[in-house]
Design a binder for this molecule. Structure first.
Ligand code: ADP
Length: 542
């Protein structure tokens, strides 16, 4: 027997329709790419998103066509998301920090027909445009006054493009499993892979993100997503915020400490979300200028492990820290570290111990850890294994790739190595390809990095496994010191001694001027492995 409830497909544009009806005057504030602060609201975003759909339709775009956006977090970008998805086209967010050739590869693979982009990226796109045959038109997200001379095909200023539409357009209802958006993983190992979100997965993911124990916002809060709309589905914030009527503050192209601080302060932001690198810049700026953020309630931090020293700095400011883990393939929220009983009342170092974990999943994400043969491992907080996940907002395949990516129970292998404890808290110990295999045992590179960055002179640390004649691999600690600070190999090793098992201690420390990063701010270990390819440990006896 079937239930007798309405057939109401979960469609992304219903979110902005709801926002326009119920929270129409709620503000969306942006530091525009042109410079000035711009203010709009959900009603106007909805109305202009309809014009985007109308302009796309006029340009011959049909249901299922792919439209690329290469753009910062701005109100215009948000209008494009809803305008593209609302008419049943697919919003393909492209990460502008990738190498231009990779961008061309991705756009070709997706066969994008129109590219919507910011002024910032026009020169880069001009250089690669002849490699992207599927693109019929470029829309520059600006007005006529700021529109540059450009060789880009059929280029038009966004305000002219939608300005010539009257907005007399209606979004239709269709199957909630229709593709809504796509985002390629950064492809640090092999070709990038296209993750294809559906309307249903995005709406369900927004509902997951809306819980108090997830992003933690409501209609009376203000969210500043430093996490870009082009990275991992903007952590769901582009759907979650309008679905609740949360005020949005969009940072545009300026993500440095001073600019982010200024917006957090002047817009009295209560919640913000981003990767650790961004928070490092903010904290440094605040401490060197002796600044405070009395309105800030919560910092959501993910993408890489959040260092304990950073958690402590926010906690001491009276700001709640929410360490999150996830990935593009998971829409992306996987786990969040909130203090559930029996940890709610913990204090001091014990509290930091829990906040530093990657956390437990919201309803809608299931996890397991397994050994290499797929056998389930215990949730004892100690045993580590391959972390696998399933849920309605988790990928089941990549776009135009035939390989099966699920195991026999329908779980997706995240490529991360983790422990899970009896309370369901997960802790990432490594990427499976970064884990150091020493004498048949695993050493967690992340644990060593977290420990090394706690040394006061260390700005950033990376640990890689280097071949060792006896142990197969041993850890090499690579350190970038803070400007003007000094520390020797011995100082750092001494600092780590006694805090980890003896056999986990790095065999050597190498000092570098800079640690390379991926386009999404993660340590680029492939480049470090290449850099240290000919390195051998001073003490390695054959
Ligand atoms: P990309 O691979 O494009 O940089 P993703 O966001 O998809 O972007 O990366 C997902 C990976 O990032 C995860 O599989 C995990 O290795 C890492 N990651 C994300 N959040 C955390 C975290 N809180 N702690 C440690 N690693 C994290």
């Amino acid at each position: 027997m079937l239930g007798l409830m309405q057939d109401w497909p979960l469609l992304c544009h219903r979110i902005i329709e709801h926002a326009a009806t119920i929270h129409g005057t709620q503000e969306v504030v942006t530091r525009s790419v042109e410079g000035p602060i711009h203010r709009t609201n959900y009603k106007q975003i909805h109305d202009r998103a309809l014009k985007v759909s109308q302009a796309l339709t006029r340009d011959g775009i049909r249901f299922g066509d792919r439209i690329a956006t290469i753009a910062w977090n701005t109100w215009r970008h948000l209008e494009c998301w809803y305008g593209i998805m609302g008419m049943g086209a697919i919003c393909h967010t492209v990460n502008p920090r990738l190498f231009p050739d990779q961008i061309a590869w991705i756009i070709n693979h997706a066969q994008d027909r129109i590219v919507l982009t910011d002024l910032t990226f026009v020169p880069m796109l001009e250089k690669i445009a002849d490699k992207m045959a599927s693109v019929e038109r470029y829309v520059v997200l600006t007005d006529e006054a700021h529109m540059p001379e450009t060789s880009l095909k059929n280029a038009v200023a966004y305000e002219d493009w939608i300005g010539s539409c009257d907005g007399d357009f209606a979004w239709k209802s269709f199957d909630e499993n229709t593709a809504a958006a796509m985002c390629y993983t950064s492809g640090t190992t092999g070709d990038p892979k296209g993750v294809l979100y559906s309307h249903r997965s995005n709406v369900l993911h927004a509902l997951m993100a809306n819980s108090k124990d997830a992003l933690g916002t409501s209609a009376s809060d203000t969210m500043l997503p430093v996490v870009p709309l082009f990275h991992a589905n903007s952590w769901g914030i582009a759907f979650s915020a309008p679905s609740m009527g949360t005020k949005l503050v969009m940072p545009g192209p300026k993500l440095d400490g001073a600019s982010v601080f200024e917006l957090l302060d002047t817009e009295q932001v209560s919640h913000t979300a981003g990767v650790p690198t961004v928070w490092l810049m903010l904290l440094n700026y605040m401490s060197s200028n002796n600044l405070k953020l009395p309105h800030l309630k919560m910092v959501v931090c993910g993408g890489s492990a959040m260092p304990r020293s950073m958690i402590k700095a926010f906690v001491e400011m009276g700001v709640q820290v929410r360490h999150a883990w996830g990935m593009t393939e998971m829409s992306p929220l996987g786990t969040l570290a909130t203090l559930k009983p029996p940890f709610a009342k913990t204090t001091g170092e014990e509290r930091l111990d829990v906040l530093q974990l990657q956390g437990y999943p919201p309803f809608g994400v299931q996890m397991k850890i397994t050994d290499d043969s797929g056998n389930k491992l215990p949730w004892d907080g100690k045993t580590f294994g391959r972390l696998k996940v399933s849920g309605p907002a988790v990928s089941k395949a990549y776009y135009r790739v035939d390989t099966n990516i699920l195991d026999e129970e329908g779980y997706f292998d995240t490529g991360d190595v983790a422990t899970i404890d009896a309370h369901g808290y997960m802790r990432i110990t490594d990427r499976s390809k970064d884990v150091i295999k020493s004498g048949g045992e695993w050493i967690s590179s992340i644990d060593l990095e977290n420990l090394a960055v706690a040394h006061p002179a260390v700005a950033e640390a990376a640990v890689i496994g280097v071949h060792h004649p006896k142990w197969d691999e041993r850890p090499l600690l690579i350190v970038q010191l803070k400007q003007g600070q000094k520390a020797t190999r011995e100082d750092i090793l001494k600092f780590m001694e006694g805090k980890i098992a003896k056999w986990w201690m790095p065999d050597d420390v190498a000092f570098v001027d800079g640690i390379p990063h991926t386009a999404t701010g993660k340590i680029l270990k492939t480049a470090l492995r290449e850099q240290f390819r000919n390195y051998s440990f001073p003490n390695a006896a054959a």
